[in-house]
Design a protein around this ligand. Structure first.
Ligand SMILES: [Zn+2]
Ligand SMILES: [Zn+2]
Length: 535
């Protein structure tokens, strides 16, 4: 059998692994690639997935980096079943439509810009119609109910403890009379996480495909996180400013509400500080949580049974319409604003950051992983200014990074989870992590467990045969196309020379025209300075 890594290889997004065995072709996950423009280009080039020949998908969970490319593949001819758990099926019902809406808006925005330049309009990656066509393909299968999509393959979903309905996937594949077991960890949850159970223990696999998002660090403990959130609230309340929390509409938002519910019980959330959940999706997601209480952890079930709703607060307001959303920023005074996206580079959160990031006394609280290249990552890394809606916004608000809310296991939790495996000669593939974190984790795994560890590259193909050496086919040119710095820098130099050559013409312009041009050149100069200091 063969596996091909279509994404989440040395990155955290775009999870998709295509398997080939016994003449069948299927895939685990179908995630969207997110990050800088070059990485996002991968979403457009899906012919390399050969969508028509994929028989079915197994989707670990509803996060867009695991499911968001499904409508694109349907648009390109995929028609098979998509197996997933009942809560994931319901969540995808809202998330894929929302994602399609974002894609349409982005295309409209680009089209308007292109029209001003006299160019053709821009297509959406996929539309709501494509998402609508995807939903009937979803088939739900409960945890621990093994099924067989074709003879020679058995599939089992187990609780990954990551978000509502998230699973690990166990596969038993029979090939030439021999059976091998594969485990895809999905996103491994953090034990002690609110709302969902702890990740299931796994004990056997010939091949393990394991996420490594936090392969190089541990989370601070939950009590610290609670205190940090309370600190952000106290700081901005005192300054009569807002606490802005970029968060995924699903799960993280519910977890923050749960946490605020606990802080309110402790008297650490002022009663006159409204909490806005500024995301139409969050209301729908919360309904889905209520419908699937079976999939929540025992603590939450116990609270619900007592009649206490941990997903509610007296001062909680859901803002559905754009007008309601905008009104948040026209009212003065302290408030907590939870909005999407979690990495701050799309959605309503951009407006809230534009309004609050430059305000001393405001706080911005990051509660999730920030991928390279995103606005969130730049802020967390200490940028003094970030670009939002084509405008440089100064970062003056107090920045909090609270990773104790993570829905991902930290380094030591990943190692604990691994320690339950009994298979001596298991081969471990690290996926869904940035390379530095994968290298750190790989080193620890080799040392402590003596497992063979592989860090696959984008589009790499590996032939898997238990007991045999792995056969790897790498495509370094596709994984990291060479960037022609000699040309790019040479071209820049030539342009500067042209500018120098026109100095006489510059000086001949009117004083007003010269000041305009001066400002433009100074702006370029600033951009260059920033680029240089980043290198
Ligand atoms: Zn996830
Ligand atoms: Zn993920």
């Amino acid at each position: 059998m063969k596996i091909k890594f279509m994404g989440a290889a040395k990155t955290v997004t775009g999870s998709c692994y295509i398997m080939e065995t016994n003449g069948h072709r299927f895939a685990v996950d179908c995630g969207m690639h997110q990050g800088n423009a070059e990485i996002e280009k991968r979403n457009w080039d899906v012919d390399i997935y050969e969508p028509r020949t994929i028989e079915f998908f197994l989707i670990t969970h509803a996060h867009i980096d695991h499911s968001g490319l499904l409508p694109r593949l349907v648009k390109k001819g995929f028609r098979g079943p998509i197996y997933t758990t009942p809560p994931t099926k319901d969540l995808l019902g809202i998330l894929l439509l929302d994602s399609a809406h974002i894609q349409e808006m982005e295309a409209q925005w680009k089209s308007r810009k292109r029209a001003r330049h006299g160019e053709n309009h821009s297509d959406a990656l996929y539309t709501q119609k494509d998402a609508q066509m995807t939903l009937p393909l979803l088939q739900s299968v409960m945890y621990e109910k093994p099924f067989s999509p074709f003879p020679g393959l058995k599939v089992n979903f187990r609780d990954a403890g990551h978000i509502l309905g998230a699973s690990m996937v166990e596969l038993w594949i029979e090939e030439n009379g021999a059976q091998s077991k594969l485990v895809f960890s999905g996103d491994v949850g953090r034990s002690a996480q609110l709302l969902v159970e702890d990740p299931s223990i796994q004990q056997a696999a010939d091949f393990l495909f394991m996420e490594s998002t936090y392969g190089n660090r541990n989370h601070k403990n939950e009590a610290d996180s609670l205190d940090e959130l309370a600190e952000a609230i106290a700081y901005s309340y005192k300054n009569r400013e807002k606490v802005v929390i970029p968060a995924f509409a699903l799960e993280r938002t519910q977890e923050i509400i749960y946490t605020l519910h606990m802080l309110a019980k402790d008297g650490r959330l002022p009663a006159d500080m409204p909490v806005f959940v500024d995301s139409p999706l969050a209301i729908k997601a919360t309904e889905i949580f209520r419908r699937h209480t079976d999939y929540l952890d025992d603590n939450t079930k116990a609270l619900l049974k007592k009649g206490e709703n941990p997903l509610d607060l007296p001062q909680l307001r859901f803002t559905e319409t754009t007008d309601e959303s905008m009104a948040i920023n026209t009212t003065n005074g302290p408030a907590v604003v939870i909005s999407a996206s979690g990495m701050a580079d799309a959605g309503r959160i951009k407006h809230h950051l534009r309004h609050n990031l430059w305000r001393e006394g405001a706080s911005v609280v990051f509660v999730g992983f920030q991928a390279q290249g995103t606005t969130g990552r730049k802020i967390v890394d200490g940028a003094e200014k970030v670009r939002i809606f084509q405008e440089e916004i100064a970062v003056k608000a107090k920045i909090f990074t609270i990773n104790g809310f993570s829905a991902h296991a930290g380094q030591s939790q990943l190692m604990d989870w691994l320690s339950h495996f009994q298979t001596q000669d298991m081969q471990v593939f690290l996926i869904h992590g940035e390379e530095s974190s994968q290298q750190a984790l790989a080193g620890m795994i080799r040392e402590r467990f003596k497992f063979q560890v592989v860090i696959p590259d984008y589009l790499e193909e590996v032939t898997l045969k238990p007991g045999y050496e792995l056969k790897r086919v790498e495509y370094p040119e596709k994984a990291a196309p060479r960037i022609d710095w000699v040309y790019i820098l040479g071209d820049l130099e030539a342009k500067l020379a042209q500018l120098q050559a026109r100095r006489a013409q510059l000086e001949a312009k009117t004083w007003v025209a010269q000041t305009d041009l001066r400002d433009r050149v100074l702006e370029l100069n600033r951009g260059l300075m920033e680029t240089i200091s980043e290198i």
